[in-house]
Design a protein around this ligand. Structure first.
Ligand SMILES: C[S@@+](CC[C@H](N)C(=O)[O-])C[C@H]1O[C@@H](n2cnc3c(N)ncnc32)[C@H](O)[C@@H]1O
Length: 210
C-alpha cells in the first residue's frame, strides 16, 4: 500500500515537472525503459546522471583519459568500459565492495570512510596525485564543495570538472570558486528519480585563456 502511494506521489511530481519543463518529454521513453523508479544503477553500467550529461561527457571522453572520481558506482564501470584510466574514492564500505567486485582490477579504488574525521581522508585522497594529472574529475559523492576545491590543482588545463546534482543550492560556493571557468549545465531526467536534475561540467582554462 505504501509503495502504491509512493508511486502515485512520484507520478504527480513527474507530471508537474514535465508540465513546467516540456523539454523533459524527450527523456520519458528512456526513463520508462530504465524501469522507472526500479532502476538498478550498477546493472546499468552508466553514470547515474541525467541522460544529456551522460551523452555529452561520453562524446568528449578520449580513450586513456585519466579520470578521478569522488563517489563510485555505475559511473565507475562506465568509465572503465570507455577505456579510461580510472581512480575512484568511495566512502561507503559495502558499496565499495560491490564496485570492487564489478570493476575487478580495471580501476584504482580507494576506500576512505569518515571514521570521525569529517571525511578529511576522502576529500584529500586526491592530494597524493600529481598536480594537473587528470583529464576529468567527477564530484558525485560526499562533501562535494570541499572535494571540488581539493581537486582544482589536480585537473589539467583544458580538463573538465563534473558536478552532479549541481542544482542543489548548497553547492553554490563551488560555482563562486570556479567563476573564471567555462560551465555548461545539463538538465533532465535521470533513471529512478521522478523530477529533473542538473549536472554541470566546467572546463579549466588553459594558460593561454588567462
Ligand atoms: C549517487 S551515488 C553516484 C555514484 C556514481 N558516481 C554513479 O554515477 O553511479 C553517490 C554515493 O552514494 C552512495 N551510494 C549510492 N548507491 C548506494 C547503495 N546502493 N548503497 C550504498 N551507498 C550507495 C555511495 O557512497 C556513492 O558514492
Amino acid at each position: 500500500m505504501a509503495a502504491i502511494a509512493e508511486k502515485v506521489r512520484g507520478s504527480r511530481v513527474l507530471l508537474k515537472s514535465v508540465a513546467k519543463e516540456p523539454a523533459l518529454v524527450k527523456d520519458l521513453p528512456r526513463w520508462v525503459a530504465d524501469a522507472g523508479d526500479r532502476f538498478n544503477p550498477l546493472g546499468a553500467r552508466r553514470p547515474w546522471w541525467n541522460y544529456a550529461a551522460v551523452r555529452a561527457v561520453g562524446e568528449s571522453l578520449r580513450p586513456r583519459d585519466r579520470v578521478f572520481e569522488y563517489g563510485g558506482g555505475a559511473s565507475s564501470l562506465w568509465f572503465v568500459d570507455q577505456g579510461a584510466d580510472l581512480t575512484t574514492v568511495e566512502s561507503d564500505r559495502a558499496w565499495f565492495d560491490d564496485i570492487r567486485e564489478a570493476v575487478g582490477a580495471g580501476a584504482e579504488l580507494r576506500l576512505a570512510e569518515s571514521d570521525g574525521d569529517g571525511y578529511a581522508t576522502y576529500v584529500h585522497s586526491i592530494d597524493q596525485d600529481l598536480d594537473e594529472s587528470f583529464d576529468v574529475i567527477v564530484v558525485d559523492g560526499r562533501e562535494r564543495v570541499r572535494c571540488g576545491l581539493a581537486a582544482i590543482p589536480k585537473l589539467k588545463p583544458g580538463g573538465r570538472m563534473i558536478l552532479d546534482d549541481s542544482d542543489r543550492a548548497r553547492y553554490s560556493p563551488l560555482f563562486d570558486e570556479l567563476a573564471g571557468w567555462r560551465p555548461v549545465s545539463y538538465r533532465g531526467l535521470k533513471p529512478g528519480i521522478w523530477s529533473a536534475v542538473q549536472t554541470t561540467v566546467w572546463t579549466k582554462p588553459r594558460r593561454t585563456d588567462l
